[in-house]
Design a protein. Structure first.
Length: 454
């Protein structure tokens, strides 16, 4: 099927999943290890926010490869950059030798990173490895071994990053010991928190309580003098797209500074324009000491980085390195991605279209009592599904993960791809070049899915 990427409605030729998709899923079940598969949706080609599945159906993609495709599927400039680079040089081990693309990309990342002063880049291939690098560099720079992270956080699944992750117990059970020395504290979630504060009405009170909780940890189980860094997501991603009170990050930064603790921002999901700013940290008027990035960095080509304040750099050769970090194809994809994000003003479009998407989601939240919360920044938005008649954690209505799953199913069956996050939320993260017509097309599908569940 020919597609421009600007189509604003699904076009279904078969019931979903169609026969060819079913056949792929059946083979996958046999041949692939178990991961996190959520829907039998297949893809053979994509443009912008539109994909065609194995049966020739057209779907709207509001999951964007889990927040990877900020420039959309197969942006022609990114495709041309990767194709051109592949015909000249595909790999050279930039950790041991040199090529200009790594330098050019690091210079550009350094210029936009929310870090004070000169910035250096350590390249990786994924988000979890970006955090592994941040763990090592903050340990090495401070000589300290402990970390503070937040309940609800997702920082990856390798054993170091897994120690920081506290999103779902399934991700950790059976895998202990992961990295020791991590203490977790509640994230100031305005909708449901241990202090039963309505953080939308009383943001300062919620921020105060969350800081107090950290101070208690500092006095009891987490000696500040042994703490290398606080890891945090400016907007919690896998934990449910939770936006903290606006003043909280500044208070956290101050607490870090008072104790010589580094602030390690994980912008793997929030980075590269997703929240309507290049990096979500910018919303809060602070800077971090390290910034982990991956996902959208290469528009689908696997590349990531730990951006670090230059003064934290490893002091000796060989303390950390890898084979593929900053692979030349990834650098080409990433340089083209930055060209597209900046040249086509996609960060601005994320803010503009995010406001439109937010308005449409607010309307649904008003119509349906089972939508307990709508939250997000830019084009990083989620709805939280609840049973309004029962009380749950933090005094908020009881989480209803079954309803969330049913609505997720009802959307993809109608040709809109979405993804769950947190225990009972559904996220909406289209490419940043999404149009208002495409958002409206997706919201029509969501509206029908919500009605079917009501
Ligand atoms: C905030 C955050 N950090 C780290 C990761 C891990 O990234 P990866 O799956 O590329 O290892 C993710 C993945 O969802 C994430 O959202």
């Amino acid at each position: 099927m020919a597609m421009t990427g600007k189509e604003s409605t699904p076009l279904l030729k078969t019931a979903l999943p169609g026969p060819k998709s079913k056949a792929i899923v059946a083979r996958d079940d046999v041949a692939l290890a178990t991961t996190t598969k959520t829907a039998p949706v297949t893809a053979v080609q994509g443009r912008g926010v539109v994909i065609e599945d194995a049966d020739g159906n057209r779907l709207l993609d509001f999951a964007a490869g889990i927040g990877v495709l900020n420039t959309g599927h197969c942006h022609p400039k990114v495709v041309a950059a990767v194709q051109g680079q592949a015909s000249r040089l595909m790999h050279f081990a930039g950790t041991d030798f040199y090529y200009e693309q790594q330098v050019a990309l690091a210079e550009r990342l350094g210029a936009i990173a929310p870090i004070k002063g000169p910035v250096k880049t350590f390249y990786v291939q994924s988000g979890t490895e970006a955090n592994e690098a941040a763990i090592k560099v903050t340990k090495a720079a401070t000589g300290r071994q402990m970390f503070l992270a937040f309940l609800g956080a997702f920082h990856g699944r390798t054993q170091g990053a897994l120690g920081l992750t506290a999103s779902k117990v399934r991700q950790k059970e059976g895998f202990f010991p992961s990295m020791p020395g991590v203490v977790h504290t509640p994230f100031p979630n305005p909708y449901r928190n241990p202090w039963r504060i309505d953080g939308y009405d009383e943001p300062q009170e919620l921020a105060n309580r969350a800081i107090e909780a950290i101070e208690v940890l500092f006095e009891t189980v987490l000696p500040p003098k042994d703490t290398a860094a606080v890891f945090w997501e400016p907007v919690q991603g896998e934990g449910g797209y939770v936006v903290p009170p606006k003043m909280f990050p500044k208070m956290l930064r101050k607490l870090c500074d008072e104790n010589g603790i580094l602030l390690a921002a994980d912008e793997v999901q929030t980075g590269f324009g997703r929240t309507g700013k290049m990096f979500a940290t910018e919303h809060f008027g602070i800077t971090a000491d390290t910034v982990s990035v991956a996902k959208a960095m290469g528009s689908g080509y696997p590349i990531g980085a730990c951006l670090l304040s230059a003064k934290l750099d490893f002091k000796q050769k060989g303390q950390h390195s890898n084979t593929y970090g900053g692979n030349v194809l990834g650098c080409a994809a990433s340089l083209a991605t930055l060209d597209v994000l900046q040249g086509e003003k996609l960060v601005e479009n994320s803010a503009k279209m995010g406001a439109h998407l937010g308005k449409r989601l607010d309307e649904f939240a008003k119509q349906h009592a089972f939508i307990g919360d709508h939250r997000g920044l830019g084009l990083m938005r989620a709805l939280e599904f609840v049973d309004p008649k029962k009380k749950g954690v933090g005094g908020a209505p009881k989480a209803d993960p079954k309803l969330r799953d049913a609505i997720e199913q009802a959307t993809w069956k109608r040709g809109l791809i979405t993804l769950g996050c947190g225990k009972n939320s559904l996220r909406f993260i289209p490419a940043l070049n999404v149009t208002a017509a495409q958002i409206d097309g997706a919201m029509d599908v969501l509206g029908a899915a919500l009605k079917s569940a009501a």
